[in-house]
Design a protein around this ligand. Structure first.
Ligand code: LMR
Length: 398
């Protein structure tokens, strides 16, 4: 039966990870997969996580199933973290949250929910977007459309073109929006743009599907959720996929959540029943360990304070590396054509160089990035910024 299945090319991001690990060069730089790195190149276990994990293990008396929706206290805390404690959608009982296996698990359940609710509706996805969005959402059977978002060559947000395209979407369609720290561009909407987008979505009766994978990596936990909070307040419906891979550093534990905001409490209950059935049909129940750690941190003032400080330090390091790489590139190129890197948000920026230049950077200099020239700024260190900048300056043209 498998004779029809041809060998597939590896995933663009995960395949790069494998290539990097196999590279035996003494000097090599990984700007590929989006994981935080400390100045020694390690992706650390946060101290708050270590402490919470010890508490979780000491208190654990059973490994029986938790519940299809996961931990109640986790879900409540996630809603507060994402929407804020007194958000109108929570007050009016319009929001329902389930724990999910990572941000991808949440995105998948949300995608299946959209397909069940409106099988003919399209989902509009930013161009460019994260490499896994298209297979993940398309794999759930959603009809994909693209809206212009960012032009890598001119480093410009294409907001007017985005609004124009979305204004032509059919009522009932969904719009996938990166809540903060846009992956791969690092270009986020400013507050007036969020308001203009909210107005358009409301007028055209479009449903936002927000992907919140980097809360706290842009400007802070509350600031990074401002767009989500605005849309969940202004619009009758919203779907929010949340990941704790990056901000808690719980990558391999698969900790995420899906928040669905409905028109009223009764609808929210009905939607919730579908979410539970969909989750049951995919993975039955979410994994517990990482969510137990997260819940322990959220519930404990000391652990929360420690986490916030560590998150601030991670954010600070990425900002510093943005400034360092931008100034190193200025020195290496003699112009400020990479100055945009300094001002963008989150882990990623697109260099805007051609795929052939990306390939030469890998083959000649052992510097790894995805073919679209996305770089992970957390892979930059004080010790490699000059090397990376010189190499980019030498290879940047086609
Ligand atoms: C990335 O964009 O590199 C990360 O979100 C990791 C992944 O799963 O692709």
């Amino acid at each position: 039966m498998f004779q029809e299945l041809k060998q597939l090319a590896p995933d663009a991001i995960l395949g790069l990870m494998t290539k990097y690990r196999a590279d035996t060069a003494a000097v090599k730089v990984d700007l590929g997969v989006g994981v935080f790195r400390d100045p020694s190149g390690n992706t650390p276990v946060l101290d708050a996580v270590r402490r919470a994990e010890r508490q979780v293990l000491a208190a654990q008396t059973t490994k029986t199933y938790v519940a299809p929706a996961g931990r109640e206290e986790f879900n409540r805390a996630v809603e507060e973290l994402v929407l804020g404690a007194s958000h109108p959608a929570r007050r009016d009982r319009r929001a329902r949250t389930v724990q999910a296996p990572g941000g991808c698990g949440a995105l998948k359940v949300g995608a299946e929910l959209l397909r069940a609710a409106a099988p003919a509706a399209a989902i509009h996805v930013s161009d460019p977007t994260w490499g896994n969005h298209l297979p993940l959402l398309g794999g759930a059977g959603l009809r994909l459309e693209r809206y212009p978002y960012y032009e890598a060559r001119s480093h410009a947000l294409r907001f007017e073109a985005m609004l124009e395209r979305l204004a032509a979407a059919d009522p009932g369609d969904t719009v996938l929006i990166h809540a903060c720290c846009h992956n791969p561009s690092g270009a986020d909407l400013a507050e007036p743009q969020w308001r203009a987008l909210a107005e358009l979505l409301e007028r055209r009766r479009l449903v936002p599907y927000l992907d919140l994978a980097y809360q706290g990596f842009g400007d802070g936990l509350d600031a990074d959720a401002a767009g989500v909070r605005l849309l969940a307040e202004r619009l009758p419906e919203a779907v929010i996929a949340v990941s704790f891979s990056k901000n808690l550093g719980l990558y391999r534990e698969r900790v995420g959540a899906l928040i669905v905001v409905s028109e009223n409490a009764e609808r929210a209950d009905a939607v919730h029943s579908h979410v539970l059935q969909i989750a049951r049909g995919i993975y039955s129940m979410p994994p517990d360990h990482g969510a137990a750690i997260a819940a322990c941190i959220f519930a404990d003032a000391d652990l929360s304070a420690a986490w916030h400080a560590e998150l601030e330090a991670m954010r600070g390091r990425i900002r510093q590396m943005r400034a360092l790489l931008a100034s190193s590139l200025r020195a290496a190129t003699g112009d400020d054509s990479f100055g945009f890197i300094r001002d963008q948000r989150g882990m990623f920026s697109l260099l805007g160089i051609p795929p052939a230049a990306v390939e030469r950077l890998r083959e000649r200099h052992h510097i790894y990035m995805t073919a679209d020239s996305r770089i992970n700024l957390a892979g930059i260190m004080p010790g490699n910024a000059g090397y990376v900048a010189e190499a980019i300056a030498a290879e940047r043209n086609a």
